[in-house]
Design a protein around this ligand. Structure first.
Ligand SMILES: [Zn+2]
Length: 381
């Protein structure tokens, strides 16, 4: 006997609107409606929680991964490693394993990576995503998964650390025996490829053909077990090709301020975030960053409009965003310029996200956190 209905939410990381426009073959004969969606300024650490809760970062309080909070920093003990040679910790492998060790030691279930954050800086920062947003929840507010659990509705959500291929296989297993009413699966290969190669080219198109086929097969499997199949293919942001890089760290350090005494800084790949601890630092940093050729300070009105204003300045007193396509190099996220990068202003065309479906999409769907409304419409009502 066929089970009534299923909703499939396929998240392809970085499958932005502009990427889609260059690959319109994608599920072409199956799509009923599409939308270009505004992303949320930030990275997956901000976008994923918003999509699965319908809330903006200012509401769920998850924006960038690291925030200044030396008194709650769980891995303060890292400061004792300062005596070890710096060169040891600059190796990617060592940093990967250190991340895994910290994660185990402190029982973090969320995505945790220390990236390129200098070891002597880590004790200044706490980490936002300590718990799995998929399997546990957010800092504030409920996710679609929390709500499905409350209602006792069975669903499938990807397991961290598994390949895209394994995720499709696992989902199809669940669909063929009609054991679920909802599925949300994230796929990361396209994002990784475009970071390495840029946002266009034969490899990107080839990978999208692979996703096209995988999704077709998955929909076909669902159609054999369910009477009604709704599906959505979407993402959180697009991808820019970088055109240049800028050494913001050196420039800030030339101000002669004392890090940890006058100010604390965190350098994401596209943003510098500054906590000013003295008036001197506030004056010097504002002076440098308010009339800058490579980027600009975001004022409170704009932060509010973007949904990333925090009254307690949790993520920084001053938020400096780079101009489109210019990467901060080196940053605490990486030491080299990447051909593809996201995290630039949401108003840029290459920042925009996409949403494709076999269902009609309401006109009110304009920003990525609105995708949540579709989940609500399909399974919570
Ligand atoms: Zn990415």
């Amino acid at each position: 006997m066929k089970k009534k209905s299923i909703s499939l939410f396929f998240f392809i990381d970085a499958f932005g609107w502009e990427v889609y426009q260059r690959n319109l073959f994608f599920l072409q004969d199956k799509i009923k409606d599409t939308r270009r969606l505004e992303t949320i300024l930030g990275y997956s650490s901000a976008c994923d929680p918003s999509i699965i809760s319908g809330l903006l970062p200012s509401e769920h309080r998850m924006w960038s991964s690291f925030f200044y909070s030396p008194h709650t920093c769980p891995y303060r003990w890292l400061r004792f490693l300062r005596i070890l040679p710096k060169s040891l910790f600059n190796r990617g492998r060592v940093r990967y394993w250190m991340s895994q060790i910290i994660k185990k030691l402190h029982g973090f279930t969320g995505y945790f990576m220390i990236y390129n954050v200098p070891f002597n800086m880590l004790p200044f920062f706490d980490y936002c995503e300590k718990r799995s947003i998929w399997h546990e929840g957010l800092v504030q507010g409920k996710t679609i998964f929390n709500r499905l659990d409350d209602k006792g509705i069975a669903y499938y959500v990807h397991q961290s650390g598994t390949s895209d291929e394994a995720r499709f296989v696992r989902l199809r297993e669940q669909l063929s025996n009609a054991s679920i009413g909802f599925a949300y699966v994230s796929f990361g290969r396209l994002d990784a490829l475009m970071h390495a190669k840029g946002n266009a080219g034969p490899q990107v198109t080839e990978l999208l053909h692979w996703y096209d086929q995988q999704i077709r097969d998955t929909i076909a499997t669902a159609e054999t077990a369910y009477e009604e199949v709704s599906w959505y293919v979407f993402t959180d942001h697009g991808m820019h090709n970088t055109t240049g890089s800028y050494d913001l760290i050196s420039e800030v350090e030339k101000l002669g301020l004392k890090h940890g005494k006058d100010y604390v800084a965190f350098y994401d790949a596209t943003m510098g975030r500054f906590w000013t601890l003295t008036d001197k630092a506030r004056t010097a940093l504002t002076g440098l960053l308010s009339k800058h050729s490579q980027g600009r300070l975001l004022d409170d009105a704009e932060l509010k409009q973007l949904g990333i204003f925090f009254e307690d300045r949790m993520y920084g007193d001053l938020i400096f965003l780079m101009n489109p396509a210019i990467q901060i190099v080196p940053s605490y996220m990486g030491s080299k310029r990447m051909p593809g990068l996201h995290g630039f202003h949401p108003a840029e065309a290459d920042s925009c996200a996409s949403l494709l479906s076999n269902r009609s999409l309401p006109d009110s769907l304009t920003r990525i956190h609105h995708i949540y409304r579709l989940m609500e419409r399909d399974v919570l009502n």
